[in-house]
Design a protein around this ligand. Structure first.
Ligand code: PAF
Length: 286
């Protein structure tokens, strides 16, 4: 694998690949790689001639300065993990902030209702920052396919919308959530949890899994309350939201028969660390 830090050296390399008609699968990341990221890389490796991975902690998608400062970074380790999966022609793009943002950024996306709910309303400006960086990365890497994990399910919807708004010809491939043994969705932020927070974090997946059975004999509102209570009963966790939504629009539902496809989303605070997760719900016929 080859590591590039600048756009110009990446473009030079891409020109040769385009000449040889090679397909490119792209995995954008903010580093601190875990098995979830690596599963995306493996899928990209199977489906493309060339795999590109970016490692860039994007400052403009953080709505809390402390979160940006404390975001885990370990590029050396990331590169050694990728080395085991990538071929000699694959490449990693590791730009600096100055390389990505030589001038102040003022672009404002309108993602419509998709951007106004859940992470969109809890983290002001977050999706705009994601849209801007992913658009820039797509224009630099020019992939045929880009791979994203469903832990950030709403982010995938936002990126699909950005691709439509920017009129890009890139297939967005959504990949299943990879979980730890106790069900905790893999996330770079998990390593920031204290040992006791980590020990109890299985409650997030347990409550999401219970949502399925609860939906048999409880209303949407009752199920939301029960799940929130379960999580809040753990002293170290505070629910920010639990929401049952129409998977296609990401808008809240009020009854189980209101949408063909339903997903339950949650955001939970463990002191300064914010965890998110989601699960598909298969409602029992009412
Ligand atoms: O999901 C992430 O890690 C980031 O939001 C992404 C897509 C790499 C953009 O910075």
């Amino acid at each position: 694998m080859i590591v590039f830090n600048t756009i110009s050296e990446t473009h030079k390399y891409l020109a040769a690949l385009a000449y040889n008609n090679k397909s490119i699968g792209f995995v954008p990341t903010m580093g601190a790689l875990h098995s979830g990221h690596l599963s995306l890389v493996k899928q990209a490796r199977e489906e493309n001639d060339i795999v590109a991975v970016s490692i860039f902690v994007n400052p403009i998608q953080f709505n809390e300065a402390k979160d940006l400062k404390g975001y885990p970074r370990n590029t050396e380790k990331d590169l050694s993990l990728l080395e085991n999966l990538l071929s000699s022609e694959d490449f990693i793009f590791v730009p600096t902030v100055e390389e990505m943002y030589p001038k102040p950024v003022d672009k404002k996306y309108d993602f419509g209702a998709l951007g106004e709910v859940m992470e969109g309303s809890s983290r002001q400006g977050h999706f705009n920052g994601v849209g801007i960086v992913v658009n820039r990365l797509f224009r630099i890497i020019q992939p045929d396919r880009a791979y994203f994990g469903e832990k950030d399910f709403q982010q995938i919807a936002i990126i699909r919308k950005m691709v439509e708004l920017e009129n890009l010809q890139i297939h967005i491939i959504s990949c299943p959530i990879i979980r730890e043994k106790d069900g905790l969705a893999m996330s770079s932020r998990n390593q920031l949890l204290s040992s006791s927070q980590r020990k109890n974090a299985g409650i997030l997946f347990k409550s999401l899994s219970d949502a399925q059975s609860l939906s048999a004999n409880h209303t949407v509102q009752e199920t939301c309350k029960i799940i929130s209570r379960m999580i809040n009963a753990e002293p170290e966790f505070d629910v920010e939201y639990v929401d049952f939504v129409n998977e296609a629009t990401l808008q809240s539902i009020n009854s189980w028969n209101e949408a063909d496809s339903i997903r339950c989303f949650l955001a939970v605070r463990a002191d300064k660390i914010r965890l998110i997760d989601n699960i598909k719900i298969y409602p029992f016929s009412q």
